[in-house]
Each structure stands twice: as structure tokens, then as C-alpha cells.
Write a new protein. Structure first.
Length: 337
């Protein structure tokens, strides 16, 4: 089974502070009935791995703290961050995780998981990574599944004095059927974060009794400066204490939606870096993002997700493909790329 096509090497410098992503890596095994073959494709994936690759392709120096084993799928994963300029550290000793994705006729995916998550043996390099970070991102299975989730919480707490923090719950009900427990875990990470992103599916599962807009507002009250919502074909919503932006999704031919939300998240982080809004000293700047800047940020991340949807697998754009945040004016945001 072929591994994912590798993107061009990112253009970031090897000097200066970096972004650290903490979370699971896995192999997406994709069954697509539209291809007319029973043979599945295998691609490196997992939300945190996808975010790390996306940040690196958008020219941020990026480290990944993750788990995979020395097995064939693990080798596929190890090759992927390396070829995209991501410095990956793996802990744990259990088999490499997999996610079987079954696509429908629109390219949307349903997942079945075989997951292990443990950072055993990687605590020292993990702490060193977050200690030198400008920004730390986590979420998905890593923030919920024991025993690794407790290590993630400790790393986030160690990062906050000097780094901004982002979180994407990327809920997987097939792994954790306890919505109440997942909700408590998610809210703990939301309260420790500066930037939070979720999908409308995440919020409906976590909070079935209220609308996504109500859930976003409740999360904003827990402490983050920015809360982002992705809604698939309906486009994103971003809110801060200063404003709200809602955009339509970009109109593109959809290969599949695998990794689209991760590409959105991985564009938010370098977009905020371009606004000088990452790092603990920049928290006041992050709180003071203008409505115009928020609009450009939403459009920038929206475009990244659209590019990913236009090609198979979790294949986020490079900076050459996406451009810079300054190119996303109010006159361009609703137009197809």
C-alpha cells in the first residue's frame, strides 16, 4: 500500500523558537468506493501529526512528541514528519495505531480505530521540547486516552509560563463513548488554552443540549482568547471577545475531507505567528486581535482546508500554495481559490 505523497521541504529556519505539537500519530487506511477497487490506500495521519506537518509546511520550525512503534506502519509514520522538516520524538512501546476510514460518495469519512497512546520513555525530550517552545498544540485522542493523556496535561502546564497553547478536541466517540468524561477532559484543556478549535460534530457530541454557538461562547468564558468552529461545507466561525467572523466554505472539487480540520488548525497557528500573537509575552496581543485581522485569519485557514479537500488524504498546503496572511483581504475570502 502506498504511503502519502510527500510535500516540498518547508522553508523555515533552523534557528529561533519552535512550535511543539503533542499527540498521536497513526496510519489512515482509506477505503474509497469511488476508486472502483477493493484495495485500500494507507497514509500517515492522526490529527496532531497532521497539524505538525501543516505547521512545518507553512514555514514554522516544528517538533512533534508522539507515539509509534518499530513496525512497518511505524516506519511509514517516521518517514513522513522527517521528510516534511518536523523533528519527531516517539515514546511508548505498544503497536503503531491505525484508523480505518470508510468514505461515502461525497468523500466524508467514518472511522474505526486500533489505538494506543503512551509517552513512556520520552518524558525528558518532551519536556525539553516544550521548554523551548513559542507555542504548544495538543488535542484529539492524546488529550483523552490514558495513560498518555496525563503526560500531556503535565506538559501543557509546563509550557504555559512561556508559550501560548492551542487545543483541538477532535472527538472520537468510537474510542471514548463516555461523553460526560470527555467533556470534563476537554474543558480542562480549554481552560488551559489560548486558542481552541472544534468541529460542529465535536460540540454536538459533547453538548447535545445546546447549539454550537452556545458552546463556543461557553468555552470563550473558560479563558481562551480565540475559539474557532469548523462546519464542513458550511464554513468556519471564529470568535473573540472583540468580534465574530463567519465565512462560507471555499468551493472546490472534493477528493475527500480527510485532514481538512487539521489543515485549518495548522494554518491558524502560523497565521497567528504572522500577527506576532504567539508566545506567553504576546497574550495581550492575542486578546487584542482586530475584527479585520480575525477575518483574514479565518480566510487563511479556510483556504488551507479547501486545498486539503481538493486532494486525497491529509495533505496540507505549503506556504507557496497558500501565500501569506496579508493576501487574505475581505474582498477575497468568499471566492474559490
Amino acid at each position: 500500500m502506498p504511503a502519502q505523497e510527500k510535500g516540498p521541504q518547508p522553508g523555515h529556519s533552523d534557528d529561533g523558537p519552535w512550535v511543539t505539537v503533542i499527540g498521536e500519530s497513526l496510519v489512515d487506511i482509506i477505503h474509497d468506493p469511488r476508486r472502483g477497487t477493493a484495495t485500500p490506500e494507507a497514509h500517515p495521519g492522526g490529527s496532531p501529526l497532521n497539524v505538525a506537518v501543516g505547521c512545518s509546511r507553512l514555514d514554522l520550525r516544528t517538533k512533534l512528541i508522539t507515539h509509534f512503534a518499530e513496525d512497518p506502519y511505524g516506519q511509514m509514520i517516521a518517514d513522513h514528519p522527517h521528510s516534511n522538516g518536523v523533528d519527531a520524538t516517539a515514546g511508548g512501546s505498544l503497536p503503531t495505531s491505525t484508523a480505518v476510514a470508510s468514505l461515502n460518495t461525497t468523500g466524508a469519512a467514518d472511522y474505526t480505530f486500533a489505538i494506543s497512546w503512551d509517552l513512556k520513555g520520552a518524558s525528558v525530550p518532551a519536556l525539553a521540547a516544550v521548554d523551548g517552545s513559542l507555542h504548544v498544540h495538543t488535542g484529539s485522542i492524546a488529550s483523552l486516552l490514558p495513560p498518555g493523556n496525563t503526560s500531556v496535561r503535565r506538559l501543557i502546564e509546563a509550557a504555559r509560563p512561556h508559550a501560548t497553547v492551542s487545543f483541538d478536541p477532535n472527538c472520537r466517540p468510537a474510542i471514548s463513548r463516555d461523553a460526560a468524561g470527555a467533556r470534563d477532559e476537554a474543558e480542562g484543556f480549554v481552560a488551559a488554552s489560548d486558542i481552541v478549535k472544534a468541529s460542529d460534530e465535536d460540540l454536538r457530541w459533547l453538548y447535545p443540549g445546546r447549539t454550537p454557538d452556545e458552546s463556543m461562547a461557553a468555552w470563550l468564558k473558560l479563558g481562551p482568547a480565540l475559539v474557532a468552529l469548523t462546519r464542513g461545507a458550511d464554513g468556519p466561525v471564529l470568535i473573540t471577545r472583540r468580534g465574530r467572523v463567519e465565512l462560507p466554505a471555499e468551493s472546490v472539487p472534493v477528493a475527500d475531507t480527510v485532514g481538512a480540520g487539521d489543515s485549518f488548525m495548522s494554518a491558524l497557528i502560523p497565521g497567528l505567528a504572522q500577527l506576532d500573537a504567539l508566545g506567553a509575552p504576546a497574550r495581550a496581543r492575542l486578546q487584542d486581535i482586530t475584527p479585520e485581522e480575525l477575518h483574514a485569519l479565518a480566510a487563511y485557514a479556510n483556504r488551507a482546508a479547501a486545498i486539503t479537500c481538493s486532494r486525497p488524504g491529509a495533505n496540507p498546503p505549503t506556504s507557496a500554495e497558500l501565500g501569506s496572511l496579508t493576501g487574505f483581504s475581505a474582498f477575497r475570502t468568499a471566492r474559490p481559490w
